[in-house]
Design a protein around this ligand. Structure first.
Ligand code: 7PJ
Length: 299
């Protein structure tokens, strides 16, 4: 059994927070209204992101992890085969395909929620969607040669993320005159490029790209002013989970000590209008967002 694409609807209602974005997931012909904030669980298939010493994540291991995230309340699983951490080296399309395709095939058969492919490569986008992925999550916002066309042809929803520079060097003195305005202008331009390439507006999700060519001050300003991006009238995805901004705020704590800080950031993001929160710690975030969403929904 394959699970078709996630489709993203335009705003349907407004309240004191401004336009509220509604998401409709179309899974095997069944629609789920995802008007309330949802959690995207991260499934990293990069060798530097797991510690069992193996070179690739085996599909069975990945499936176990994915099932756990589904049980904990994830609404989407985001699969990535290329590390985009600061300083990370690029991988070839062949290597990325080898990591992600067997896992996407296994998950598409076995989990009831959409799978998103975290990639910037047109070939990986096409192959991943053929293997069962229902969304493209691109940290380069479809700027790679051929990516707009590949994404348009797959016809699945896309997440466009802002990044200043390239992963290898992006954290070397990032600079903005006005970070919020510059991120917003960039995302608007990429939405326009998508529309010109034939990607329907209702299939676009945007993301300010926390930690991608941004200082701690830039990240905090973006989080505080996140609601400014809601004037672009498309759902907002936010990824802050375990990132170094949380580590620095807590006194340079290690990655596994960043859960509570990450959950706090997720709550702020939802209060400021985010619709999808991309996280490692699904249960903790789902519980916190139930509380935050209830507060956000009250009139
Ligand atoms: C993000 C991402 C993010 C989106 C990564 C990490 C780095 N995709 N992929 N947004 N981050 N859309 O998880 O630490 O913030 S990889």
């Amino acid at each position: 059994m394959m699970f078709p694409a996630l489709s993203v609807d335009l705003p349907v209602s407004t309240d004191k927070l401004g336009p509220r974005n509604s998401l409709i997931f179309d899974c095997a012909g069944k629609s789920h209204d995802l008007g309330s904030p949802q959690v995207m669980g991260i499934l990293n298939l990069t060798p530097d992101s797991f510690s069992d010493g193996g070179r690739y994540y085996r599909p069975e291991t990945a499936l176990r992890h994915a099932i756990k995230m589904v049980d904990e309340g994830a609404a989407i699983i985001d699969i990535g085969g290329e590390s985009t951490r600061p300083g990370a080296q690029p991988v070839t399309a062949e290597e990325e395909l080898e990591r992600v395709i067997p896992v996407i095939e296994t998950l598409a058969e076995n989990i009831p929620i959409p799978i998103s492919i975290d990639t910037s490569k047109p070939l990986v986008m096409r192959e991943a969607v053929s293997a069962g992925a229902g969304m493209i999550n691109d940290v380069l916002a479809l700027r790679e040669q051929g990516a707009l066309q590949a994404a348009a042809e797959t016809a699945v929803p896309v997440c466009l993320m802002h990044m200043q520079g390239k992963p290898r060097t992006m954290q070397n003195a990032p600079h903005y005159d006005n970070v919020v305005e510059e991120v917003k202008t960039f995302l608007q331009q990429r939405m326009d490029a998508c529309e010109s390439a034939g990607i329907a507006r209702h299939k676009i999700v945007i993301d300010p790209g926390f930690g991608f060519g941004k200082s701690l001050q830039h990240n905090l300003k973006l989080l505080k002013e996140l609601h400014t991006l809601s004037s672009l009238n498309t759902p907002l995805l936010v990824g802050i989970s375990r990132k170094s901004m949380i580590g620095s705020l807590l006194g340079d704590v290690s990655v596994d000590q960043r859960i509570f800080g990450s959950v706090a950031a997720a709550v702020v993001a939802v209060i400021e209008g985010a619709t999808i929160i991309r996280v490692h710690d699904v249960r903790e975030t789902v519980e916190a967002l139930k509380v935050a969403s209830a507060v956000r929904a009250i009139s």
